[in-house]
Design a protein around this ligand. Structure first.
Ligand code: SD4
Length: 322
């Protein structure tokens, strides 16, 4: 609630500007040091690109797009963009989303042949009345928007798939086939938050399977009044708990980012009898620039770039905590 004193001050200074506009600006105009946080080792080069944008007073939205594009373009990263592992039928299908400080969001699911699904997701946000496009419709839209149709299945990824086909067993291994989605959250100098998430999903998934990463509220959620969160790991578990939304709602109720992530992990733990094959990791940031992460199992890490510099942090995890 705005105090009467503040309201009087505002009306004296601001004249006829609508009250709602004032309350919104009060959340987004604190100037400060930017922070960017992203999942896994490849968060380091991604953060570098994002930081360049933030250091020049660019928006968190531009920063997260620039950041995750670095990983999408890297053929050595086998679970994001170009070079990502295919599904069990040999198709590389990509999932991505982006969300800004005004709760505007765009997303693509099961998109083939496009190296930068996050940028298509941004176009969905900005050029369509929708939030999510999938499959052939998403590809048609990308091409209409000028994206190039390319072969994104590299020889290395194809060879891995051919090897897998010999036994064709779908048993995602913790921290191996499941990791490498990049989720990135940024707070810019203007005090605004945005996030992006992009992946080729779990390796050897069924054709047409869409994970948590392009689903707003599951793989990513941003609320500029509170904070932002992103998820990585076994997408089915994240969807079942609306994971990133849950983390942000925990922060809204007063949790710091790490505790908010831990409580979302706890929800997943409670819904499963055995945790052996389940890895999920969350990262979160709040409006003050505080950040944290938490995962089900050991092995999850995330990269943070703030005024101290760019560094990797090992996440705390559930299986040794209680
Ligand atoms: C998915 N959550 O498609 C993604 C995979 C992932 O780190 O995060 N890997 O289920």
């Amino acid at each position: 609630m705005i105090s009467r004193k503040k309201f009087l001050k505002y009306t004296l200074l601001g004249g006829l500007t609508p009250f709602t506009k004032w309350t919104k600006r009060s959340f987004s105009q604190k100037k400060g040091t930017p922070v960017v946080i992203s999942t896994w080792n490849h968060g380091i080069p991604a953060n570098e690109a994002a930081w360049k944008v933030l250091a020049e007073s660019g928006s968190a939205l531009n920063a997260v797009e620039a950041g995750v594009r670095v990983v999408e373009a890297d053929p050595e990263v086998r679970t994001v963009g170009y070079g990502g592992r295919p599904d069990r039928d040999g198709f590389v299908t990509l999932d991505a989303c982006i969300m800004d400080q005004e709760n505007r969001c765009g997303s693509v699911g099961a998109l083939q042949h496009i190296k930068h699904p996050v940028s298509v997701a941004r176009k969905v946000k900005e050029e369509t009345p929708h939030v999510m496009l999938v499959g052939d419709g998403a590809l048609d839209f990308a091409m209409e928007q000028g994206f190039e149709k390319e072969n994104i299945l590299t020889d290395k990824a194809r060879k891995e798939w051919e090897k897998w086909k010999k036994n064709a067993e779908y048993e995602p291994e913790v921290n191996i086939e499941n990791h490498d989605t990049i989720g990135m959250l940024a707070l810019d100098k203007q005090g605004n938050l945005s996030g992006a998430c992009t992946t080729s999903g779990t390796a050897w998934k069924m054709h047409g399977r869409v994970g948590d990463s392009p689903i707003i509220g599951a793989g990513l959620f941003v609320d500029n009044e509170v904070g932002a969160a992103a998820a990585t790991g076994l997408g089915e578990e994240v969807i079942r708990t609306c994971g990133s939304h849950l983390v942000v709602e925990n922060m809204r109720r007063g949790d710091d980012p790490k505790t908010a992530c831990k409580k979302a992990v706890r929800r997943i733990v409670r819904q499963n009898d055995a945790l052996n094959n389940i890895q999920v990791g969350f990262i979160a940031i709040n409006k003050k620039g505080q950040f944290g992460g938490y995962s089900v199992q050991e092995g999850f890490n995330y990269a943070v770039f703030d005024k101290i510099g760019n560094r990797l942090l090992d996440s705390s995890y559930w299986t040794n905590s209680e």
